[in-house]
Design a protein around this ligand. Structure first.
Ligand code: PGA
Length: 249
C-alpha cells in the first residue's frame, strides 16, 4: 500500500497573518516516516516563510503550479527551481483551475511536471472531468486522455503523484460518491500499471473535491484512494488536522 498523502491546496488565499495556521499544522505533525505524509501547497508568497516555520516537523510545503522553463523572460511566472529554492518539495500541476483560467493543455502540464522532476520536486498531476463530460458519458475517455497527455516521458512511478479531481466537485460542496470515486481511481490505477508495470501500484492517487472532516474517512476508505487534495478545508488548521487524524487511524 502506498503511504497516504494528505495535501492541502490554499489556492489564492493566505497572507502572512495566516502563517499561524500553518505553524499549528506543523506542530501537530511529527517528523516520522510512519503515518500519513502531510503537505500544504501554498501561494508562492508564503512558501519561504512557511517552510522556515515548519523545520523539524513532518509538514511539507509545496507550490501550486510552476513554469516549464528554469528561468528567463516569463514575467510573472515562477519556476520549479524557484519553488525548490524557497523550501518546497512538491508542486501541483494541471489543477483544473489552471487548465481553465490559463488554458493549460495536457502537454503544458506534462512540461510543468517534467520541470518539477528536473528541480527535484514531486509533481502532483491533476486530472478530472467536467459535469458536461460526465453527463455525456465521457469520464473514462477524458481521464484516460488526460493521463496519457499529462504524465511526462521522464516520469517514474516513484517520482509522481496523481490527483483525481472531478471539476464539478471542486469548491461546490458536491462530492463524488464512493462508486464514482472507486471507478475512476480503479481506471487510473490500471493506466499506471499499464505504463509503469508493477511499480504503478505504488503511485499515490489522491481524491480532491469538497473533501472535509465529515466525509474524509469514507472517501479515504475507497479502494485505490491513497490520500486527498483538500482546498477549502485546508485553510483552517483544525479542519485540516481533523482530516489528517482520520487518515492516521
Ligand atoms: P475543494 O478544492 O476541497 O475546496 O473542493 C479541492 C481542490 O481544488 O484541490
Amino acid at each position: 500500500m502506498p503511504r497516504t498523502l494528505i495535501a492541502g491546496n490554499w489556492k489564492m488565499n493566505g497572507l502572512r497573518a495566516n502563517l499561524a495556521e500553518i505553524e499549528q499544522v506543523g506542530a501537530a505533525v511529527p517528523a516520522s516516516d510512519l503515518g500519513p505524509e502531510v503537505l500544504l501547497c501554498l501561494p508562492a508568497t508564503l512558501i519561504q516563510a512557511a517552510a522556515a516555520s515548519v523545520v523539524g516537523s513532518g509538514l511539507k510545503i509545496g507550490g501550486e503550479t510552476c513554469h516549464s522553463k528554469e528561468k528567463g523572460a516569463h514575467t510573472g511566472d515562477i519556476s520549479a527551481e524557484m519553488l525548490k529554492d524557497a523550501g518546497a518539495s512538491f508542486v501541483i500541476v494541471g489543477h483544473s483551475e489552471r487548465r481553465a483560467d490559463h488554458a493549460e493543455t495536457d502537454s503544458v502540464v506534462a512540461a510543468q511536471a517534467s520541470a518539477a522532476l528536473r528541480a527535484g520536486l514531486t509533481p502532483i498531476i491533476c486530472v478530472g472531468e467536467t459535469l458536461a463530460e460526465r453527463d455525456a458519458g465521457e469520464v473514462l475517455k477524458i481521464i484516460s486522455s488526460q493521463m496519457a497527455g499529462s504524465i511526462p516521458q521522464d516520469a517514474e512511478a516513484s517520482t509522481i503523484v496523481i490527483a483525481y479531481e472531478p471539476v464539478w466537485a471542486i469548491g461546490t460542496g458536491r462530492v463524488a460518491n464512493t462508486d464514482q470515486i472507486a471507478e475512476v481511481h480503479g481506471l487510473i490505477r490500471n493506466l499506471l500499471t499499464d505504463r509503469f508495470g508493477e511499480a504503478g501500484k505504488g503511485v499515490r492517487i489522491l481524491y480532491g473535491g469538497s473533501m472535509n472532516p465529515g466525509n474524509a474517512a469514507e472517501i479515504l476508505g475507497v479502494a485505490e484512494v491513497n490520500g486527498g487534495l483538500i482546498g477549502g478545508a485546508s485553510l483552517k488548521a483544525a479542519d485540516f488536522l481533523a482530516i489528517y487524524r482520520q487518515a492516521a487511524q
